[in-house]
Design a binder for this molecule. Structure first.
Ligand SMILES: [Fe+2]
Length: 416
């Protein structure tokens, strides 16, 4: 066992299993290091980028798997590759830009260059100068390429894994999750824009937040006031077979006001308001299943959202124990009309760093990070909707998807 396999202070999960979440998990550097190995270098498929980020030969895009910087490329034959963005010579970043197009990837430190499949193709002054210096004769460039990841694409999403043990993306997702991704992303996509924001919290707090169907109507005044996503609409939670991933969905047309909203004095439901610009919420029925809001989270750090017609892929990267970078990729479909594109762009104001809905998520997880400081021996509760970890078609007043995340996390981290 390596040193990070044994924690100096073993973690004893509290009684109650996944209904209890030790606050230490948001604050412990050793556990954070173990996550990098067990999860991000482990048997999971990590979202890397979208295929439309690298449409042409020679395109590259930088990304991250946990803390590890990664480059995704499209080679001369259209193949997609992923490799660690770390020169095999001295470890410098090879690609410095977020995206670009190149025939070779060249490290600026000593001008070593790699092809789009990560193979070492050029060593400056390999034979020295004027007969002096240079690399040893037996130096074998074939053994010093960039560290490669296995790559698979699924519905326009590019995934990478460091592990030989990870099954295919489709079996990693399971049939239920795969089908819903096909529903949402199963036709040619059109990029509408992207941005990122820094969240001042541990990455797992955001993993919980995207699975937290209970909070949506309580924290997000806009959702509740304008009846976009409320718990008194038909909806449910579907868990993946292994519980790691989930879908939360709601059907806006089924809304029937529940008296609990008024009775329980919920701040988000206190307002009876109209929009000065009601066209913000102009929308059309995207699918004939009646679902007007869906969030699908894929373990460990991907979420796919379709709220009204606001289609986005969210991807959150740990940048330290209490810092997370959240990326938003706003999307449409290639066959959208101009009017539809305009509506999607307008609805992009709902979610995102400064959006009318998710600006609250940008700070609420930080409130947890700050609130739990100094209480690493205590634990959070997740008993809403029961203590089991099963799909729920009756109500989204449940934390079953959060319990699902922790089920996956405990298993992969070896926290029994
Ligand atoms: Fe939220």
């Amino acid at each position: 066992m390596s040193h990070i396999e044994e924690l100096r202070e073993p973690l004893h999960w509290p009684q109650g299993g996944v209904t209890r979440i030790p606050y230490r998990l948001y604050a412990d550097q050793e556990i954070y290091a173990r996550e990098q190995q067990r999860i991000f270098r482990g048997p999971v498929w990590n979202f890397l980028c979208l295929e439309i980020d690298i449409p042409n030969e020679g395109d590259y895009k930088t990304s991250a798997v946990g803390e590890i910087p990664v480059i995704v490329t499209r080679d001369e034959n259209g193949g997609v590759h992923a490799m660690v963005n770390r020169c095999s010579h001295k470890g410098a970043l090879v690609c410095l830009k977020e995206r670009g197009n190149a025939k070779m990837l060249t490290c600026i430190y000593h001008s070593w260059s790699f092809d789009l499949q990560g193979r070492l193709k050029g060593i400056s002054f390999r034979n020295g100068l004027q007969g002096k210096g240079g690399m040893p004769e037996d130096f074998d460039p074939d053994k010093h390429g960039l560290e490669m990841l296995r790559v698979e694409t699924f519905c326009g999403l590019v995934f990478g894994t460091f592990s030989d043990q990870t099954p295919t993306v489709e079996s990693y997702l399971g049939p239920v999750m795969a089908r819903f991704i096909q529903r949402t992303l199963g036709k040619p996509l059109q990029p509408l824009g992207m941005h990122s924001q820094i969240l001042h919290n541990n990455w797992k707090l955001y993993a919980e937040n995207v699975r937290d169907s209970y909070h949506a109507t309580l924290l997000h005044t806009f959702y509740t006031t304008f009846k976009i996503n409320r718990l008194d609409m038909d909806g449910g939670i579907v868990l993946a077979e292994d519980k790691w991933h989930h879908i939360s969905y709601a059907k806006r047309a089924t809304w029937k006001e529940a008296e609990e909203y008024a009775r329980e004095n919920i701040h988000a439901a206190r307002y009876d308001s109209n929009l000065a610009g009601p066209h913000l919420l102009d929308s059309w029925a995207e699918f004939d299943d009646g679902i007007t809001h869906s969030i699908q989270a894929i373990f460990p750090n991907l979420a796919i959202q379709l709220t009204l017609n606001s289609l986005a892929v969210r991807f959150f990267v740990p940048r330290g124990i209490d810092k997370t970078e959240l990326f938003w990729f706003y999307l449409g479909y290639k066959d959208d009309t101009e009017e539809q594109t305009a509506m999607r762009v307008m609805q992009g104001n709902l979610t995102g760093a400064a959006g009318l809905v998710s600006l609250e998520d940008g700070c609420i997880n930080e409130f947890v990070q700050r609130g739990t400081r100094g209480s690493e021996g205590a634990a959070g509760l997740a008993e809403m909707g029961g203590r089991d970890v099963e799909s729920s078609d009756a109500s989204r007043a449940t934390e079953t998807a959060i319990r699902g995340f922790w089920t996956g996390y405990r298993g992969i981290m070896g926290f029994d």
